[in-house]
Design a protein around this ligand. Structure first.
Ligand code: NDP
Length: 290
């Protein structure tokens, strides 16, 4: 039997309905949720990600502003813009689009945006809740991990007590996701490029999440058909001019229980989770000024 394909579309549509309602409720109280994306330079990939964010943001009724600065902007000037946005009561969510220019890379970027407007969920105060054991998806958590969990929950994939293997230990995906799974009572193995015999782990997993960045790395030799593994493919790689994941989907269809597609899986879940964070942030700021 072929694997179930865990597409994001129904989850995104359902989430958008909820976010539209919450956005309207905020507008009825005189507040239009508003996010600003700070972009340094003209990276084409960044501009494409930003277009996706703008689209969903406006679809739910929130306001979107792109603040674009030249790649040679000084550190002082850049910090001045972030400070202005941090203090602006009409801005509820701020994103610093990565990558930034080399002269800004020594800054502690995750902590520049005040925690209550940190809709990327990277501020140390926001990630601290993960270390402390929270599994509350209503907090400002990093968007890709949040999107992965929302996708699994929508498709009723059990997490508690399951053996989960996360491949990749980046600060934006693998590490926070492994903590979120731990907080949801999964038994988690966090693997990476120095892991000896990755197959030994993936073959014994109930859920495998790949956040590697290598096209088609995980094929049928990484899975045991008897295990009925659910695979979530976070990877976004270009192969033969096409967007593909870390998993060789066609070769996994008869080996795994379910798999998320690329495109159309974790990517859209990440964007909608970001817009959800904007609504959460705005609701939080409204409570703060009551
Ligand atoms: P990073 O490059 O920061 O991390 C990649 C991780 O993969 C590292 O931990 C690395 O190990 C590990 N790795 C590399 N090669 C192997 C290997 N052969 N076996 C096992 N592990 C390996 O990437 P990101 O986390 O930022 O992104 C990962 C992928 O996810 C990319 O394709 C990216 O485009 C995509 N992505 C998609 C998002 C979405 O919304 N869908 C959001 C964010 C990322 P080590 O630490 O030892 O170097």
């Amino acid at each position: 039997m072929n694997a179930r394909i865990l597409t994001a579309t129904p989850v995104v549509e359902k989430t958008k309905i909820d976010l539209k309602e919450r956005c309207l409720a905020l507008k009825n109280r005189g507040i239009t949720p508003a996010m600003s994306v700070v972009l340094v330079g003209h990276n084409p990939a960044s501009l494409s990600y930003i277009r996706n964010k703008k689209k969903i943001c406006e679809e739910v009724g929130a306001k979107f502003t792109l603040e674009q600065y030249p790649s040679e902007i000084s550190e002082k000037e850049f910090l001045g813009h972030i400070d202005r946005l941090n203090k602006d009561p009409g801005t509820h969510g701020i994103i610093i689009q990565l990558p930034v220019s080399p002269q800004l890379r020594n800054l502690n970027l995750p902590d520049l945006v005040v925690p209550e407007k940190d809709i990327d969920g990277f501020h140390s105060q926001n990630t601290q809740s993960l270390y402390e054991g929270s599994a509350d998806l209503k907090l400002l958590l990093p968007c890709t991990p949040k999107g992965v969990i929302k996708l699994l929950q929508f498709y009723n994939v059990p997490i508690s007590g399951q053996n989960v293997v996360v491949v990749g230990r980046s600060l934006i995906v693998g590490k926070p996701l492994s903590m979120l799974f731990t907080n949801l009572n999964a038994t988690v193995t966090l693997t990476h490029s120095k892991t000896r015999d990755l197959r030994e782990f993936t073959k014994n997993a109930d859920i495998v999440v790949s956040a590697i960045g290598i096209a088609h790395l995980l094929d049928e030799t990484y899975f045991d058909k008897k295990r009925k593994t659910v695979v979530i493919d976070v990877g976004m790689n270009t192969f033969d001019g096409k967007l593909v994941g870390d998993c060789s989907r066609e070769r996994l269809l008869s080996t795994v229980e379910a798999i998320s597609p690329v495109p159309g899986g974790v990517g859209p879940m990440t964007v909608v989770s970001l817009i959800e964070n904007l609504i959460v942030a705005t609701e939080g700021q409204l409570k703060g000024i009551k």
